[in-house]
Every structure is written in structure tokens, then in C-alpha cells.
Design a protein around this ligand. Structure first.
Ligand SMILES: [Zn+2]
Length: 289
């Protein structure tokens, strides 16, 4: 049991239409529409059966309140688990949420025996959203009942190994309390990164602009967002975002012949920001003692 046995299964819960420049790449091509999958992940450690996020609702609800949605044969998370993976929803003992945006939390009440584990700052924002984010967190203020209505969460304040081999760590920027999840596996640390990046390409450079990372464009804080991308880069031997079509290239991770990434790869002329700064420099720049 444990690390040697741990497997991660991607579950695509449907496709959403988004704008490439507004979501996926900072200053990417504005107005260009793309379809993105919406993955959540089932993790079997041999000892625990866990979900990381729970994905989309049905097509009608998603399209009515949010973005154009097409299921394209994808099931909702509990249906996929039972029909494709042979796991009954009652067998899930914990759900770890990277953040509580609407497309990561649906159907959570289907899992009657699960502990709900989420970052404290996300829970606080979800139950009392800044008005700008009423829709993002499906606030009752605009007549929607959010998926987590009436649920009790275990709140995570700081980096925590929430279950053996499963560690949440801070990656704010996309949302205020966002945390990514490291899953220790036989090949190394696979990081399920929620929306800290949308696409593996976000960890690669934009050479034209001399950016070490072509970070995503959907954020509450660009400074935190960049810092979080550097943090992912330091920790991950493999990254699984939630909206990257490439995550569906295997039904299970790790797999034979899987290509691991090089952590914190230096590229001449392109700088890490936080990594390159002397310790404390950014705190001083922001006037923090
Ligand atoms: Zn999100």
C-alpha cells in the first residue's frame, strides 16, 4: 500500500467554451474562442479513495449561468466513477478541493462518506463572495444554490499532508485561497494543480516577451499567480491541470513511458522572478516588514 501503488485517474466532466486571451494566456490572442475540458481526478492510494475536485454540473446549468458547455459524452463525476471505474460513490472517503469555483465542486453531496477538505480562504470567499465573483462561486445573491450549500468543510490554513502521500500547498493567484495538491507516486511527485495553470504550456516561456512563464490571464492577483507558477515548477515532476486536453492522453497516471518534466529548468535570458530576487526583496518592495 502507499506510494508504490498510488494511481491517479483523470475524469473529464465536460467541455467549456472560453476566450484564449482572457483565460489561458496572459495577453494571448483576444477574442479567439477555444473549447477546454473540465477534469477532476480520482486518486486510489490502496489505502484511501480520494477525489481532487468534482467538476461540472449538467450542460443546461453550466450554460445557463456560466459558459457554453457541451458534455460530448462525458458523465458527471459520480456517474463516471461508477460506470467507467467501478467505484461506488460511497467508497470515496475524502474530497480535496483546490478551490471552490463552480466548475470544481459540483455533485459533492453524492459522496456521503467523504470528508470535504478545502483551503480556509476559499471557503470564506465562497460563502461570502466579493460581488465580482457571485457567479464564479454560484452565490445565492443571484438566485443560484451552490453545490456546497449546507456542507461542512475541514479547513486548511497552511501546507498540510491531508492524507498519507497527499499534500496541499498554497498556490493563490487564480483565486484567493487556491491550493495545489501533490500526490506522491512511484515515479515522483505528480501535482494536481487545479487552475494555478490552465495548460501545461503556461509553465513554458513566452520568448517574444522574455517571460520565463506564459502565465494564465484569469486571476485575482498577478503577483501571487506568478509566484504560484514558480512554486509548481519547483515541486512538480509532472503537472495535471484541470483544463488541459493533454491530461486525457492516458486513462491513468503514472503510466509506462511517461515523460517527467525537469524542475525549474533555467533558460538563458529568461528570469525567475521570485527565485532570482534576494530573500525578502519582494516583501520590501511591497512595504511588508
Ligand atoms: Zn477556477
Amino acid at each position: 500500500m502507499g506510494v508504490a501503488e498510488t494511481k491517479i485517474y483523470p475524469i473529464n466532466t465536460g467541455w467549456l467554451q472560453n476566450d484564449l486571451g482572457t483565460y489561458v494566456f496572459w495577453k494571448g490572442p483576444a477574442g479567439e474562442k477555444i473549447w477546454q475540458p473540465c477534469y477532476c481526478y480520482y486518486v486510489d492510494t490502496g489505502e484511501h479513495k480520494i477525489l481532487i475536485d468534482t467538476g461540472l454540473p449538467d450542460q443546461e446549468r453550466a450554460t445557463k449561468y456560466h459558459h457554453n458547455c457541451e458534455k460530448r459524452g462525458c458523465l458527471q463525476v459520480h456517474e463516471h466513477l461508477e460506470q467507467k471505474l467501478g467505484v461506488h460513490p460511497d467508497e470515496i472517503d475524502a474530497i480535496v478541493f483546490t478551490h471552490l469555483h463552480w466548475d470544481h465542486v459540483q455533485n459533492m453531496k453524492e459522496f456521503k462518506n467523504a470528508r470535504y477538505i478545502a483551503p480556509r480562504a476559499e471557503i470564506e470567499m465562497a460563502y461570502n463572495p466579493l460581488p465580482l465573483y457571485y457567479r464564479t462561486y454560484e452565490s445565492p445573491a443571484i438566485g443560484i444554490e451552490p453545490a456546497y450549500q449546507g456542507c461542512t468543510f475541514e479547513m486548511i490554513d497552511d501546507e498540510t499532508e491531508v492524507l498519507p502521500g497527499i499534500t496541499m500547498f498554497h498556490t493563490p493567484g487564480h483565486s484567493v485561497g487556491h491550493m495545489a495538491v501533490t500526490v506522491e507516486t512511484s515515479v515522483g511527485d505528480i501535482v494536481v494543480c487545479g487552475d494555478a495553470i490552465f495548460n501545461g504550456r503556461n509553465l513554458e516561456p513566452n520568448e517574444d516577451e522574455k517571460w520565463r512563464y506564459w502565465v494564465p490571464a484569469r486571476f485575482v492577483s498577478s503577483v501571487d499567480g506568478w509566484r504560484s507558477v514558480e512554486e509548481l515548477d519547483k515541486r512538480a515532476d509532472y503537472v495535471l491541470p484541470c483544463h488541459d486536453p493533454a491530461c486525457g492522453e492516458s486513462d491513468v497516471y503514472p503510466y509506462e513511458g511517461m515523460k517527467l518534466r525537469e524542475r525549474r529548468k533555467h533558460i538563458p535570458g529568461l528570469h525567475f522572478y521570485f527565485g532570482d530576487m534576494p530573500p525578502g526583496a519582494t516583501r520590501k518592495a511591497h512595504g511588508i516588514k
